[in-house]
Design a protein around this ligand. Sequence first.
Ligand code: FAD
Ligand code: NAD
Length: 396
Amino acid sequence: MSKIPRIVILGAGYAGIVTAIRLQKELNYNEADVTLVNKHNYHYFTTHLHMPAAGTDNPKHASVNIPNLIDEFKIDFVKSTVLEIRPHEQKVILEDGNLNYDYLVIGLGGEPETFGIPGLAENAMNIRSLNTVNLIREHIEYQFAKYKRDSSRTDYLTFVVGGAGFTGIEFVGELADRIPELCKTFNVDPSLVKIYNVEAAPTVLPGFDPELVEYGMNVLKEKGVTFKVGIPIKECLPDGVVLGNGEEIKAATVVWTGGIRGNHLIEQSGFEAMRGRVKVDKNLRAPGYDNVYIIGDCSIIFNEEGRPYPPTAQIAVQQGETCADNLVASIRGGSLKEFVPSLKGTVASLGKNEAIGLVGTMKMKGYLASIMKKVIDLRYLFVIGGIPLILKKGKF
Ligand code: FAD
Ligand code: NAD
């Protein structure tokens, strides 16, 4: 009797959880032995993290327990941290054991890219996981409390967000919304609070529609955000940042949203990578390893003009679906599908009831765009958990 193939999925983010859920739907019992490994027992919605980071939403709205999403008769869930991947040995080393595989799916997500900027790794915070955003929220609240004890320290009320890509923009929108409440709670004059969003490129949201960028900047400026555009952060100190033009901003809070790279385990495991991301083949497999799929932010794919697609949840979800189909095809001796992303558009929140978006060729802004953002979030909940998850976690 031939043995059942072992599939190991690393990471239960957008890419990994969708792969697991699709596999459990498509595979028959005993067709494969599937194990999903994740360092927490919950799946978190990275796309919501700017809200709990600023404290405008409860972190419990940004996660769901993994056992609630999977059929544990079909998928073994292992809560553990991956320490090492050994593709030559078809083995994964976890903090508390090893796993052998016939097929491996790597969906371990991204990490902040610091570009070697001195002091960033040590002194700046990042919007990456529930733990990192809980830290940011508590840190922000603590600065207000500290200011009440020493009102000469206006740097406690100064917030620098480095990078005005989508993460930076979404976070400053929420932060600006949270400030009035914090000022009220701590009885602080709102005019003393400063939020700086520093962007190295000549424009915020580089590459996005200029009309929507202008609208977004105006909304955020109205809320009290100061943009410093065309100036990079050159150094991050324990008490602020130094900019490329020599200006120093004293700030007790620096949040780095200057970009991401693939998980460090990718390069450590010997995969050829560009900033930690592997250029996968058309079927999403790692070069040289027909049994290793790399998806989500750990992978990099290119459009017809040879330009990389940005790492997004939208692409991670679609890759998860194709990856699952290809695993099933491999097991059944079928042919593999080519992955072609189907981009629906981009909608970025600017805080409560405000957003900008490009959906197909349609530009959206204001309240309508914020509704569209909610629809996109609800659609994702439907994909992974159907109506029950929408009712439990959806925001209407
Ligand atoms: P992730 O979703 O990051 O999942 C990786 C998983 O691996 C996590 O569960 C993590 O805990 C686990 N893991 C990591 N290391 C280990 C380890 N060593 N051992 C075990 N488990 C491990 N994209 C959009 O398309 N639309 C948006 O609106 C949008 N908004 C965003 C807002 C913010 C604030 C941020 C930061 C990103 C946003 N993105 C958005 C980008 C999107 O979130 C990512 O592209 C997406 O999360 C990538 O999915 P992934 O599965 O590759 O990684
Ligand atoms: P990003 O790479 O998209 O943006 C980082 C920004 O930081 C860039 O504008 C870059 O010019 C700037 N930067 C880099 N170095 C700098 C420096 N030294 N000083 C100042 N600015 C500097 O990263 P992100 O915003 O974290 O987004 C990551 C991915 O997640 C992207 O693919 C993005 O599309 C996606 N995302 C999507 C949404 C959405 O669709 N609503 C929201 C958040 C993130």
